[in-house]
Write a protein that binds this ligand. Structure first.
Ligand code: NA7
Length: 537
């Protein structure tokens, strides 16, 4: 106890997004001295940074939030089935205010390094201004998509017009009005952006390298009466989430696709297609994601839907993915994305066919010699996902080992929550956790960490470190549950690939692909065995 008092904090949390907010709350409940350090100028994390027009949940608002506080569930009302970013940010601000969290948060504080000091079993963090903070425990709550990456295209710095990444959208949303705009990328972010901005820009040119599968979101308003009903349903909603594979409200079809007649199958798919949200991704039979032929059938079903929405058949074919099947990458949902390409001010440039030669002072020069000139260039080019936020900080563990180096040989974790050699450090939404319904994963992870820290304090433990053999077993398990999934045979941020980064050209196992109930059971068992999988000192 005395030793703890010499430290600045008992727990330091890096990041003031949803993970950091709940971590702060739980650590406070344990009576610990705790502080959140956040690079941004306010709380919100993902929902603070990603302010591009059209940014929103594509999970049902009422399921993609915290369940821990009945008061919050009673007091907060959602106005749309799929919450737009400004409303989500307000929800986060509401939480911060309600639990009076702000005075334990330090903003504009980007962590440069975090070093474990074996002599005292403490972490010493240094921010970019050189200020240091000491703590017994470190919780990383940095998010899985927080390091934007610009395209690795020659000339990116030559462009003289306005250019920005979608995660750094300028505050003046009218800046695009009437302008000649170019956008690189057709991932989830680009899809949400394009379907909004084409309505206000003068012209929009979309540079597409790989088309993405996307299907209708079918958003709608939530009336006060509907909200009252949702409130009554909350226990049922969260129970469903806990039982389902990746914590969503949608249950998969237990039947095998091949056991259904064609009529039955297409009737089912048509029904799912008409429903809001991820039903068409998560409500189907699971073999769609493992059986190539079945996946092809389902992809063809969606391709036909796309063709029916686009006037120009050449454009339609370009927008239909040919190299990966439906649901094998993170499947974004759209509201009028395809119809945007029917508008006279929208042009699709297939850069697989006609690659970008370079970015020039005025715009984009293509291989065939055509130069597109723009007033604004938008990079919807994604993130150095999952490990990017860890690589951006110099984490140094026992024996001066750098996390960056350790993971460059392959990501290793125990339960996605800890890493051997980095004692007293817990990761909320680190690699090898579930990337399904993220708030559900956050709540579980933070509760698990809180229980562990509480156990350590009650038992006078000042050092907790995962054992190597447990990490090895865990890795084997993560590998096993990822086997056979078509998504793991496709390059995407979920399989650790970012072609703009030299060290991320090859696929790696970044996430836990097994069922969430099984994951929780494993973690619960570790707790029940009094954390014997860890070295406790
Ligand atoms: P994504 O899903 O990683 O998408 C990035 C997009 O940018 C994708 O279409 C890429 O094409 C494209 N891209 C990236 N670099 C280049 C270069 N150099 N040239 C051309 N095109 C490029 O990121 P998002 O932000 O859309 O979504 C991330 C997650 O946020 C999303 O899954 C949601 O969970 C929320 P590629 O496919 O690599 O050919």
């Amino acid at each position: 106890e005395q030793a703890n008092k010499d430290l600045d904090y008992d727990v330091l949390i890096v990041g003031a997004g949803l993970s950091g907010i709940y971590s702060l709350l739980r650590m406070r409940q344990l009576g610990l001295r705790v502080r959140v350090l956040e690079a941004g100028e306010a709380e919100g994390g993902t929902w603070f940074w990603n302010r591009y027009p059209g940014a929103r949940f594509d999970s049902e608002s009422f399921s993609y939030i915290f369940s821990f506080s009945q008061e919050v569930l009673d007091e907060w009302s959602w106005t749309e089935q799929f919450s737009p970013q400004p409303e989500t940010l307000k929800y986060i601000q509401f939480l911060t205010k309600k639990f009076d969290l702000k005075h334990d948060m330090k903003f504009n504080t980007r962590i440069h390094s975090a070093k474990f000091e074996t002599s005292q079993n403490i972490w010493r963090l240094t921010d970019e201004t050189g200020h240091q903070y000491t703590t017994r425990y470190l919780i990383t709550a940095m998010g899985i998509l927080n390091q934007p990456t610009l395209p690795d295209i020659p000339g990116v710095n030559d462009y003289k017009g306005t250019a920005f990444h979608t995660a750094r959208w300028p505050s003046d949303h009218s800046a695009l009005n009437g302008k000649r705009v170019g956008i690189i990328g057709t991932g989830a972010t680009a899809i949400q952006t394009i379907q909004e901005i084409y309505k206000v820009v003068g012209s929009l040119t979309v540079f597409q390298r790989t088309p993405n599968w996307t299907a209708p979101l079918r958003n709608s308003k939530i009336t006060p009466e509907e909200m009252a009903e949702i409130r009554r349903q909350y226990p049922e909603i969260f129970r469903k989430c806990l039982e389902s594979y990746s914590c969503f409200v949608h249950m998969s079809d237990d039947r095998k696709t091949t056991d259904m007649s064609r009529e039955e199958l297409y009737a089912k798919w048509e029904e799912l297609y008409q429903l809001p949200g991820f039903s068409k991704v998560l409500g189907v039979s699971k073999d769609i994601f493992t059986d190539r032929e079945v996946n092809k059938l389902y992809s063809d079903f969606h391709a036909a839907k796309i063709r029916a929405r686009i006037r120009d058949p050449v454009v339609a074919e370009k927008l239909i993915p040919k190299c990966h099947g439906f649901g094998t990458r993170r499947t974004p949902l759209e509201s009028g994305y395809y119809e945007a390409f029917n508008e006279p001010n929208v042009e699709l440039v297939d850069i697989k066919e006609n690659p970008i030669e370079r970015i020039t002072e005025k715009g984009i020069l293509l291989k065939d010699g055509q130069e597109h000139e723009f007033d604004v260039l938008i990079y919807a080019t994604g993130f150095d996902a999952v490990t990017g936020s860890f690589n951006a900080v110099e984490f140094e563990g026992v024996g001066e080992q750098k996390l960056r180096d350790t993971w460059s040989r392959g990501i290793q974790t125990y339960l996605g929550l800890t890493v051997k050699g980095f004692p007293n450090m817990f990761m909320v939404m680190g690699p090898h956790q579930m990337f399904g319904n993220i708030p559900r994963s956050i709540e579980y992870a933070v509760d698990w960490v809180a229980d562990f820290i509480s156990y350590a304090r009650e038992n006078n433990v000042q050092y907790v470190e995962a054992r190597q053999e447990k990490m090895d077993e865990w890795y084997q398990h993560v590998d096993e549950v990822g086997q056979g999934l078509l998504s793991n045979e496709v390059d995407s941020w979920m399989t650790g690939v970012n072609k703009n980064l030299k060290h991320k050209q090859k696929r790696s196992l970044t996430r836990y692909n097994g069922p969430a109930p099984g994951y929780r059971k494993r973690c619960d068992d570790v707790k029940a065995r009094n954390y014997a999988d860890f070295v406790l000192g």
